[in-house]
Ligand binder design. Sequence first.
Ligand SMILES: NC(=O)C1=CN([C@@H]2O[C@H](COP(=O)(O)OP(=O)(O)OC[C@H]3O[C@@H](n4cnc5c(N)ncnc54)[C@H](OP(=O)(O)O)[C@@H]3O)[C@@H](O)[C@H]2O)[C@@H](O)CC1
Ligand SMILES: [K+]
Length: 486
Amino acid sequence: MRTAYSVETVRTAERESMARLPEGALMQRAAAGLAATCAELLGQVSGRVYGSRVVLLVGSGDNGGDALYAGARLARRGAGVTAVPLAPERAHAGGLAALRRAGGRVASPAVAEELIERADLVVDGIVGIGGEGGLRPEAVPLAEAAGRARAAVVAVDLPSGVDAGTGEVRGAAFRADVTVTFGAHKPGLLIDPAREYAGSVRLVDIGLALPGEPELEALQHADVARLLPVPGAESDKYRRGVVGIAAGSARYPGAAVLAVSGALRGGAGAVRYVGPAGDAVIARFPETLVSDQGPERAGRVQAWVVGPGAGDDAETVAQVLAAEVPVLIDADGLRLADAEAVRARTAPTLMTPHAGEAAALLGVGRAEVERARLASVRELARRYGAAVLLKGSTTLVAGPDGSRPVRVNSTGTPWLATAGSGDVLSGLAGSLLAAGLPAVDAGSVGAYLHGLAGRFAAAGAPVGAHDVALAVRRAWREVGEVHRGA
Ligand SMILES: NC(=O)C1=CN([C@@H]2O[C@H](COP(=O)(O)OP(=O)(O)OC[C@H]3O[C@@H](n4cnc5c(N)ncnc54)[C@H](OP(=O)(O)O)[C@@H]3O)[C@@H](O)[C@H]2O)[C@@H](O)CC1
Ligand SMILES: [K+]
C-alpha cells in the first residue's frame, strides 16, 4: 500500500524525530537523497556530474536548505552549482555556507532566467510544505523559464506552487520531471491536478515515524490481489454472487451492454439484467439472465448496479434503492436518486460520479470539483452517507463518512476518457460488490483493474470501452500473478 500523510502529521513526526536526533540530521538525510537523484538525472542529461551546470532556486525556508546542501554535494563532485536565493538575507545560512565551502556560487535573482536557460539541471527549492497560497509573483517567471528550458527539473519535496495537502494548483507552479519527497508522500503528489506537476515521485526515507492514519492510500498489485474474490471448491454461481444490472434505455441500449460486459468480468457468479435493452444484451452475452420485470420482481441478487444509460426511469432507481443489498449508483441514476432514499439505506451504497456529475450533486461548477477533488469526494460522501468514487485521471474513493484514509487510484490513463468506459467500470465494481467486497474495496479494486485494463487495451493508441472490458481479464491475471509469486 502506498500512503500519503497530511502536512500536519508530517510536521508532528518531524518534531519527534528532531528531538531525538542531532541538529540538522534530517536535513542532511533529505539532501543526500535529493543529491543522489540529481546526480542520476545529470548522468542522463549530460552524461556526467562533473562539469555539468546546476541552478538551485532557493526560497527562505528549509526547502531551500535542502536544495543548498544537495547543491554542495553536487559541487563536491565537480558540478558547476549556482544558487539563486530569492530573498538572500533569509536563505538558509548553514546551507549557503556549505555550498560556498564546496565551491558553489551565489547569484542574484536578476540573472536567474539566463542561468536557467543554460542549465542542465534546475532544482526547485523555493517552497515545500511550508508554502501557502500558490507561487508568489516573483517566482512565476522562474517557473515559466524552467518550463521552457531544456534542463531537467527536480522539485524538492513538492513542486513549488502546488498545495501539498489537497493537490490544488492556483495559478502558476513548477513542472518537475522528478519530485524527491521526504519522509512520506504528501496528498498533493497523488491527486490531480498537482500530481501532473510532480512528474515521477521518489520517496526518500528520512526515518520519520508517522503517527495516526494516512490521509490517502493507494492500492498496489499485492493489495488488490488479496482483495480479489476467488471461487473455492464449494462455490456455485449463487455463492459467488449474482449482480443485477438495471441500466440502458431504448435510447441508450449500449450502456446496458457495456455495464453487463464489465459485470461479467468482475467475479460475480452470474449477471442478471433488468431493463428495456434485454435483446441487445442477450445478443451479445447469452450467459446473462434477462428479465423484463422491474428490479423488485427480477429475482434475487447480491448487489445492484443502477443508472448507466437509464434516461429518466426514476421508478427503477427508486426500486433498486429500496433493495436491502449493496447498490452502485452511476450516471443517470445519480441524477434520479432521491438523496433521502440514499441516506436511509442500511446496506452499503457506492456512488460513482465523474467530475461533472459530482458538481451537479454538490451544486457547484465542474471546474470547482476538478480543482478540489479530495474535498469534493469527502463532501459528497458525507452528504449522502454513501461511499463515493470520483472518477478522473486520479480516481478517489471515500468511505461513507468521508473520513481518512481516502483511496486514490493511479492506474488510470487518459485513454480511458472514452464513451462507455464508465459503464464498464460500474458493472465491474458492481460485480465485486455482489462477490462480497465492501463498498470502498469494490470501488477501488474496480478502478484499479479498470485503469490497468485501459492501459493494456490502449497500449499507446485510442481504445473503445469494449476493448477495456475485454482487457479486464488480463489485468486480473496480472494482478493475481504478483500475488501467487509473492
Ligand atoms: N518534514 C520534514 O521532516 C523535513 C522537511 N524538510 C524540508 O523542509 C521543508 C519545510 O520547510 P519550512 O517549514 O521552512 O517551509 P518551506 O516549505 O521551506 O517554506 C517556508 C517559507 O517559504 C515562504 N513561503 C510561504 N509561502 C510561499 C509561497 N507561496 N511562495 C514562496 N515562498 C513562500 C515563507 O517565508 P516568508 O517569505 O513568508 O518569510 C516560509 O517561511 C520541507 O518541504 C522539506 O523540504 C527537510 O529538510 C527534512 C525534514
Ligand atoms: K519545492
